[in-house]
Design a protein around this ligand. Structure first.
Ligand SMILES: Cc1cc2nc3c(=O)[nH]c(=O)nc-3n(C[C@H](O)[C@H](O)[C@H](O)COP(=O)(O)OP(=O)(O)OC[C@H]3O[C@@H](n4cnc5c(N)ncnc54)[C@H](O)[C@@H]3O)c2cc1C
Length: 243
């Protein structure tokens, strides 16, 4: 496999290559990893950290407003001395810019209006798994693999799970009994996980809601998101540690 490093072209020899380089992964330009199909779903998200020392926000807040943002939602995550306030939306649904939506959301809230912006962060978030997870000696994990919940855009839990399974497959391939073909086991094992099943279900629900929206102009996204959070809450009450 060839790689370009710091502007120069070098031959890199490795028994295993882990692509953990996010939504714009180099894997997309690497032989064997299919480019994503046209119409691939993804979110763009923007988050501002607002100074708020000793704030008394009791919990995480999520707000879906189908009129302003038919396929997306805003959030407030209270931290020790600041608030992370963000907003995401599906890129394929036209609407106002994220900067405008986020500014309007902040201005609409008395408890956020006027707070100093410490930093902003924006990025693309994939909303569905990559069709090919391993090729040659390469594996995709995290956002590079599209291991993100398509309804919420949350990628931490699924990303960590994919990294964990990839690490086991690599260790077995490099030091264990399976040999180099062992990394193929990664894709099979990942597709058997609860997280991967949840991504598939959430993706199907999202595509159904998009089809309804395109035919009727009505967005079912707020209901889907609400249903997802209620299911996640119930699962955690029955012992699930993550969802
Ligand atoms: C605003 C925002 C808020 C979010 N909030 C949440 C949340 O609350 N909960 C949640 O679960 N998820 C959240 N997500 C999604 C979550 O951030 C991602 O799913 C997660 O960070 C993916 O991790 P990753 O390591 O796969 O990719 P990334 O975090 O994108 O990391 C990839 C790394 O690879 C580096 N890289 C890329 N290309 C190269 C290269 N060619 N050479 C060297 N390095 C390279 C990048 O610089 C980066 O450091 C949020 C995303 C955004 C944009």
């Amino acid at each position: 496999m060839r790689a370009r490093i710091s502007g120069g072209e070098h031959e890199v020899r490795a028994r295993v290559i882990l692509f953990a380089d996010g939504p714009h992964s180099l894997a997309r330009r690497t032989a064997g990893f299919e480019t994503r199909p046209a119409g691939e779903l993804r979110y763009c998200a923007l988050q501002a950290d607002l100074e708020s020392v000793a704030n008394d926000f009791p919990a995480l807040e999520f707000t879906a407003d189908a009129a302003r943002n038919p396929f997306g939602y805003s959030w407030i995550f209270p931290k020790k001395d600041y608030l992370s306030v963000g907003l995401g939306r599906l890129t394929c649904v036209p609407g106002p810019s994220l900067v405008r939506l986020l500014d309007e959301f902040i201005r609409s809230r008395k408890d956020l209006k006027g707070l100093r912006v410490l930093r902003r962060r924006g990025a693309i978030i994939p909303a569905g798994p990559a069709p090919i997870l391993t090729a040659g000696c390469g594996l995709l994990i995290g956002d590079a693999a599209g291991m993100v919940n398509p309804l919420t855009g949350g990628g931490y839990v699924c990303g960590f799970r994919s990294a964990d399974i990839a690490a086991t497959a690599c260790a077995k391939a490099l030091h264990g009994s399976t040999g180099p073909d062992g990394i193929l086991e990664y894709g099979r094992a990942l597709r058997r996980t609860r997280q991967y099943a949840a991504i598939g279900l959430a993706g199907a629900a999202l595509r159904f809601a998009l089809a309804v929206y395109r035919n009727t102009g009505r967005s079912l996204y707020p209901q889907l998101l609400g249903g997802y959070f209620r299911a996640a809450h119930a699962a955690m009450r029955f012992g699930a540690r993550s969802f």
